[in-house]
Design a protein around this ligand. Structure first.
Ligand SMILES: C=CCO[C@@H]1O[C@H](CO)[C@@H](O[C@@H]2O[C@H](CO)[C@H](O)[C@H](OCc3cn(-c4n[nH]c(N)n4)nn3)[C@H]2O)[C@H](O)[C@H]1NC(C)=O
Length: 123
């Protein structure tokens, strides 16, 4: 949807989750945001990795300081964006990531990994 609206992704982190990702952008090769909490994968432990992807090429990773996720958590995240940045709002945390590709609409969303989606709402 257009900037300013919020995409709500509700679901449950599996109890033995290694990691999961929420990807939003134009398509699987062109992502505004790859939001990737890692419990124990790709050599990372309890690390939130954010990145963009342009024509299939990963950008520079942005490893966040906070990791407000636990195995088995039921969470609802609210993803919004404007011309400068994407924002992921969680109950007790908010993360920003630059809109590197200058995307003006999100027409692709994919969730991968150890997260069981309960609901997705475009509001
Ligand atoms: C130290 C060695 C070179 O750096 C490493 O390079 C890896 C490969 O690019 C980085 O991992 C990728 O990081 C990307 C974001 O920058 C993506 O997270 C990529 O995984 C994409 C992916 C995961 N999955 C997936 N599907 N189902 C599940 N469970 N996972 N599908 N596609 C990861 O394989 C990894 O984050 C990076 N580590 C560091 C410390 O930079």
């Amino acid at each position: 949807g257009p900037p300013g609206e919020c995409i709500k992704v509700k679901g449950k982190i599996q109890s033995d989750a290694k990691g999961f990702a929420v990807n939003v952008g134009k398509n699987s090769n062109t992502l505004m945001l790859h939001f990737n909490p890692r419990f124990d994968c790709h050599g990372d432990v309890n690390t939130l990795v954010c990145n963009s992807k342009e024509d299939g090429m990963w950008g520079e990773e942005d490893r966040k300081a906070d990791f407000p996720f636990q195995h088995g958590d039921k969470i609802e995240m609210c993803i919004s964006f404007d011309e400068t940045e994407a924002t992921v709002k969680l109950p007790e945390a908010e993360f920003k990531f630059p809109n590197r590709l200058g995307m003006d609409k999100i027409e692709y969303l994919a969730v991968e990994g150890d997260f069981k989606v309960k609901a997705i709402k475009f509001s």
